[in-house]
Design a protein. Structure first.
Length: 116
């Protein structure tokens, strides 16, 4: 896989985050994908921020529900820009958003506390 554009980079990052949530099988694909994405980030001055388990779970929920970013942002009652900042590692999941995850997505509060 080659990363030539910002869109390619974002797609690779999302795939990586999704794969990291599927432990054993994913590790065979995740390592080379991670290497390519990290090289691209370093070459283009991006800050490499590893996804947190909570962000991985949030992405997993988005994929499972077949939501696009706009729909997920609406469901979580945040702006699409704020959601993009979470995906890009520019913003952490704050307390207000973390409090909404159980009621809006059915995520267990204990998982949220452990992953935060």
């Amino acid at each position: 896989m080659e990363i030539r554009t910002e869109a390619d980079h974002q797609q690779a990052r999302r795939q990586l985050e999704h794969l990291l949530g599927h432990e054993h099988t994913a590790s065979l694909i995740a390592v080379p994908l991670s290497d390519v994405a990290n090289t691209c980030e370093e070459d283009n001055g991006h800050r490499s921020v590893p996804p947190t388990p909570l962000i991985i779970r949030l992405e997993h929920e988005r994929l499972e529900r077949q939501l696009n970013d706009q729909q997920l942002a609406e469901l979580l009652i945040i702006s699409p820009e704020s959601l993009r900042a979470v995906w890009n590692g520019q913003r952490h999941i704050d307390l207000d958003l973390a409090k909404r995850l159980p009621s809006r997505l059915g995520m267990l509060g204990t998982f949220i506390l452990e992953a935060a």
